[in-house]
Design a protein around this ligand. Structure first.
Ligand SMILES: Cc1cc2nc3c(=O)[nH]c(=O)nc-3n(C[C@H](O)[C@H](O)[C@H](O)COP(=O)(O)O)c2cc1C
Length: 167
């Protein structure tokens, strides 16, 4: 099975199911210096006339360092499979573990991006912007319950430059 480029407008799965239910791996970096972490919050849509993905990363995530130093990030989706591996990538930090070694998930390096070989679907994104969430913007005050440590997410907006699907 290999990856083929796909028209993102022909995705036939709900983005909510893709992200919230099945989870994704958010990856960034280059060969020898990359990391990946599980996400289940985020979005896919349109901004500034570009097809875009939106991800939310807390300050303490090691993956954030790689997103910061890269022009690219990627989202790898697994169709509901690999949940044990995704749980591990969402509970251990790449600071003190080799997630690839522990899970058997392997990287593909592709023009400044890294994504996961075992994925069914990959969105390769060019970083366009970031915004730090601020409590003054929470019109629903209950949102603050997600931030008892004050670790407000940074939202990254990426232009989706390539959509890959396994055939
Ligand atoms: C299902 C699931 C969803 C998660 N979603 C997010 C998310 O959207 N944003 C975030 O900052 N952390 C999220 N996490 C937590 C990170 O994946 C986790 O802290 C991870 O260990 C960070 O790894 P790193 O330090 O190697 O980057 C999620 C964890 C799980 C299990």
């Amino acid at each position: 099975m290999k990856f083929n480029e796909k028209n993102i407008r022909e995705l036939n799965k709900s983005p909510i199911k893709l992200i919230a239910d099945e989870w994704a791996l958010l990856s960034a970096g280059k060969c020898g210096a990359w990391n990946t972490m599980t996400i289940s919050w985020g979005g896919i849509g349109e901004l500034w006339g570009k097809d875009a993905a939106f991800v939310f990363v807390r300050p303490q995530r090691y993956t954030r360092e790689f997103i910061e130093s890269s022009d690219m990030f990627s989202l790898s989706f697994f169709g509901g499979k690999y949940k044990d591996e995704l749980s591990l990538c969402g509970s251990k930090s790449g600071r003190d573990t080799d997630k690839s070694l522990l899970t058997g998930l392997t990287p593909v390096f592709d023009n400044g991006a890294v994504y996961i070989r075992q994925a069914e679907l990959v969105l390769v994104c060019r970083k366009m912007a970031f915004f730090d969430l601020e409590p003054k913007g929470f019109t629903d005050k209950k949102i603050e319950n997600n931030y008892s440590n004050g670790d407000y997410h940074r939202m990254y907006v990426g232009e989706i430059v390539k959509t890959l699907e396994k055939s």
